[in-house]
Design a protein around this ligand. Structure first.
Ligand code: WTA
Length: 628
């Protein structure tokens, strides 16, 4: 193996001998020389009701299409196909509740549940192409609801359970959802988040929703509106609901789901993914990167409400017939050993989580993990933000016992599947996601579009299409082109800045736009600002992200008050509460500073860059456009 520069962790003999992919270079060479052939070969491992005419159709780029003419269904490939094999009785989903209770579903059982769920949706009039919003805690019914939508060709839109009234309202309205699936409440650190009550408030302003399906989790009393709200358990247990459910044979390019995500400006946009390409992309990236085999018990600790949960709790693992674990609660509740206890209890072999969680758990010291038998682990993963080398080494040494390679996967809601990622057979460098997935061409460019030199920072772009790529922004194809395809001709702009070292390894630095990654969660400065200005006391507001030891970034805000309002500690607290109420607790600002003016360009745009430089005590750079 070639000697690489810097701090390098080479794969063990054991991994090299047993991994699915033993020679990454060979695989990359094959995929690069024959991109369509590579993906066709992957696609052939899945089931199609009708085969494709073309693997890749780029006639209308950047509106790429994959597997055109084919008919399939991702839910069929996640469940039904496994019933024809020995996997019928294999565990598909392990769920552990915050209180320690567990529910375990075989592929057979999950298939039955999803089929019944699909019939429940049909009984509410949901048809192919209809949008269904899910706003729930981390419970099995969330995954079942997603799969049930997919099964009947409906389009799911999952709204993270940590979002609040306005975020939910916006998403219900924009998607024009016919049905909302919600829980009565969700457990979080022993407390109950009243999801149904939040939904009731959001629903006052969302006209399209005809029915609200309520899944009982906490048993706390909730308001049930006659004619609109119905308990899931009551409906699913009616004698008319059986598990006979014909799968909808959808086009490969039919929409599977939309997922709202924060962009550069304005309201969150719905990223649209389809059945065929997304299925192939999540299937093979999951297989190769986590080197999955039948003995594995895989745990992705993300929330299904974000893309990581979609692709790598639900779809990727089930397509592979793997055993996927879902845990309801927080990593350190009731004690900081909760995760380690779960790994020991279930014999988890692969753990996939975010740097912020690792840093948080690291803070409690090694004694907590050391109390548990973590020897079942063989591969670790990281996602959501750059992992600092210190956290990487701790994860590797204390959790992985120097035995588990760390798959630092870089990707986005838009990309659907892993883009820059190691595989277990590759040498690793702490803090680098190594190289683009086989066949994928990426680059780092300067403002003018020239590739930067090794170890210089620039804009990260993707130069080849890939199957799980987003197809468009829902209802806004122009924005899709403008945001992602217009800075450099024919290239997808990621919005991240990065460097590439002399070994061709990529190092992600962070966002170059107004997107913030706070504890791995993606938020836009615009969402926080519009929540602030919706408060009666606020005239103008600006939000920026500043480095934070645990969260990666923390939100800092600057507020100009309307005349007649006095700054006070009470008002500051009110504003923080207000953002939490409107957007969600994850968006609560770390600080609110009352100011008299905000730096703006002559055309009136807030210069967040100047605010950030000032807060960091740095030089704000070119301020020639700054208004006097
Ligand atoms: C960041 C999450 C560094 C990046 C899957 C990207 C990362 C944004 C990594 C997308 C990683 C994600 N290393 N940065 N391994 N993974 N990011 O849409 O800034 O919630 O653009 O998707 O997260 O966030 P999103």
């Amino acid at each position: 193996m070639k000697k690489l520069s810097g701090d390098v962790y080479y794969p063990s003999e054991d991994i090299l001998n047993n991994a699915i992919v033993k020679d990454w270079n060979e695989m990359d060479k094959f995929a690069s020389e024959n991109l369509e052939g590579f993906w066709a070969k992957e696609a052939e491992e899945l089931e199609w009701f009708e085969k494709w005419d073309k693997v890749l159709d780029d006639t209308k780029k950047p509106f790429y299409k994959w597997f055109t003419g084919a008919k399939t269904n991702i839910a069929y490939n996640c469940l039904d196909v496994h019933l024809k094999t020995y996997r019928k009785n294999k565990v598909a989903l392990i769920w552990e509740g915050e209180k320690g209770e567990s529910r375990i579903f075989s592929y057979f059982a999950l298939h039955r549940e999803v089929s019944r769920f699909a019939n429940v949706l049909k009984s509410l009039g949901v048809q192919k192409g209809d949008r269904v919003t899910l706003y729930m805690g981390r419970i099995p019914e969330l995954a079942m609801g997603m799969l049930a939508c997919a099964r009947i060709g409906a389009v799911h839109s999952v709204v993270y359970g940590g979002f609040s009234v306005e975020s939910l309202h916006e998403r219900l309205e924009d998607s024009h959802s016919k049905v909302l699936i919600v829980c009565d409440g969700a457990y979080q650190r022993g407390k109950i988040i009243p999801l149904k009550a939040i939904a009731d408030e959001a629903l006052q302003r969302a006209a399209s929703v005809e029915s609200v399906l309520v899944v009982k989790r906490t048993g706390e009393p909730v308001n049930m509106e006659f004619g609109r709200d119905i308990w899931y358990h009551e409906l699913v247990n009616l004698p008319i609901i059986n598990s006979k459910n014909d799968i909808e044979k959808v086009d490969a390019e039919d929409p599977l789901f939309m997922l709202y995500t924060s962009g550069t400006t304005g309201k969150p946009k719905a990223i649209l993914h389809t059945h065929g390409g997304y299925m192939v992309g999540t299937y093979s990236t999951f297989k190769y990167v986590f080197d999955i085999n039948d003995e594995d018990r895989y745990w992705c600790a993300a929330d299904p409400g974000w893309v990581t949960g979609h692709s790598y709790i639900v779809y990727g693992p089930l397509l592979n017939g793997a055993t996927s674990m879902m845990y309801e609660g927080a990593p350190n509740y009731p004690f900081p050993n909760r995760w380690w206890q779960i790994i020991e209890k279930y014999g988890i072999t692969i753990l996939y989580t975010a740097p912020t969680a690792i840093r948080g758990l690291m803070r409690f010291g090694e004694a907590w993990p050391n109390r548990h038998d973590l020897s079942s682990l063989r591969i670790l993963g990281s996602v959501g933000e750059p992992i600092n080398p210190e956290a990487w080494r701790w994860y590797h040494r204390v959790i992985g016992k120097n035995n588990c390679p760390i798959m630092d996967t870089w990707w986005q809601t838009e990309t659907g599947s892993f883009m820059i990622t190691p595989m277990p057979c590759m040498p690793l460098k702490p803090g680098s996601g190594t190289k683009p997935f086989p066949g994928l061409k990426m680059d780092i460019l300067d403002e003018a579009g020239n590739p930067v030199k090794d170890n210089e920072e620039g804009f990260l772009v993707i130069k080849t299409p890939w199957p799980a790529m987003m197809r468009t922004i829902y209802k806004d194809p122009d924005k899709y082109i403008e945001k992602y395809w217009s800075k450099y001709d024919g290239m997808y702009l990621t919005g991240d800045s990065a460097k590439r070292d002399e070994d061709g390894y990529y190092w992600i630095i962070g966002r170059t736009d107004d997107v913030l990654k706070v504890s791995g969660y993606r938020l836009g400065t615009a969402e926080i600002e519009s929540a602030l200005v919706s408060h009666p006391a606020v005239a103008e507001a600006a939000a920026i992200g500043l480095p934070h030891e645990l969260k990666g970034n923390a939100i800092h805000t600057f507020v100009i008050l309307k005349s007649g309002f006095e700054k006070s500690e009470k008002l500051r607290e009110d504003l923080i509460y207000h953002v939490g109420h409107e957007v969600g607790p994850i968006a609560k600002p770390e600080s609110v500073e009352f100011v008299d003016v905000l730096p703006k360009t002559r055309s009136g745009k807030i210069m967040r860059r100047v605010l950030k430089a000032r807060a960091l005590g740095e030089d704000p750079g070119n301020i020639s456009t700054l208004e006097e």
